[in-house]
Write a protein that binds this ligand. Structure first.
Ligand code: IYR
Length: 229
């Protein structure tokens, strides 16, 4: 059976049996308490080496896989790395790109924008953290017979799935860093991913280090991020 066969042909409909509604007061309470939980999430750069159960990661990846996507093609692949030697290779390659970025490629304006985050070309967390999840987007889905089926809205779909994944990991009590060494082509090579896949994000996952410090930065208030008509 080809990967997309469940997704092809004329529409077949089933009753929406999974939807759950709540009374308005409970709805507000749920919305507010979810916000309170999500606003505790901080991107971290100092990870503990403490191992994380694989079953937790698997459940969070399944959550990511529930994301909506263009034509429901689910054009993503999550390459999960725990192997010490492989993490070392990824760090070496990422730091080559990062040194190039910080020492040559990045315009001053970009470096100024990053100043509040205190980032630099050193990426020790790529070896310390128990899990690295390289997130790839698939321009096309390769079928079993070798043909390729084009995918749609790939960056949007992958980004939504990544948001679900970050939220699921936070919900489970794990911290993340959305790391984007650029270019990231070395990930295809090290993780044996085909040419139809493009790496979008290298998600670093684990527990925070004991004295983990984070930049003192704020999120915008509602008036600055939304308008109502
Ligand atoms: N990829 C580099 C630089 C960087 C860029 C942005 I935009 C950030 O929000 C953070 C870092 C790095 O990881 O250091």
């Amino acid at each position: 059976m080809s990967k997309l066969s469940f997704n092809q042909g004329s529409p077949q409909f089933i009753p929406l049996s999974t939807y759950q509604s709540y009374p308005e007061t409970e709805m507000l309470e749920r919305a507010q308490s979810f916000y309170q939980d999500m606003k505790r999430r901080k991107t971290i750069r100092e990870f503990s080496a403490r191992p994380v159960p694989r079953a937790v990661i698997e459940a969070c990846l399944l959550t990511a896989g529930t994301a909506p996507s263009g034509a429901n093609h689910q054009p993503w692949h999550f390459a999960v790395v725990t192997d010490t030697a492989l993490k070392h290779k990824i760090r070496v390659e990422a730091e080559i790109e990062e040194r190039e970025f910080y020492e040559r490629r990045a315009p001053q304006e970009w470096k100024d924008a990053l100043a509040p985050l205190g980032t630099d070309a050193e990426k020790p967390f790529l070896e310390t953290a128990p899990y690295l999840i390289a997130i790839f987007g698939q321009k096309a889905t390769m079928m079993d017979d070798g043909s390729a089926v084009k995918n749609y809205y790939v960056p949007e779909s992958v980004s939504i799935a990544t948001g679900f994944l970050i939220s699921a990991l936070h919900h489970a009590g794990l911290a993340t860093l959305t790391h984007t060494p650029s270019p990231m082509g070395f990930l295809n090579q090290l993780l044996h991913r085909p040419d139809n896949e493009k790496p979008y994000i290298l998600l670093v996952v684990g527990y925070p280090a004991e004295d983990c410090m984070v930049p003192n930065i704020q999120k915008k208030p509602l008036e600055q991020i939304a308008s109502f008509f």
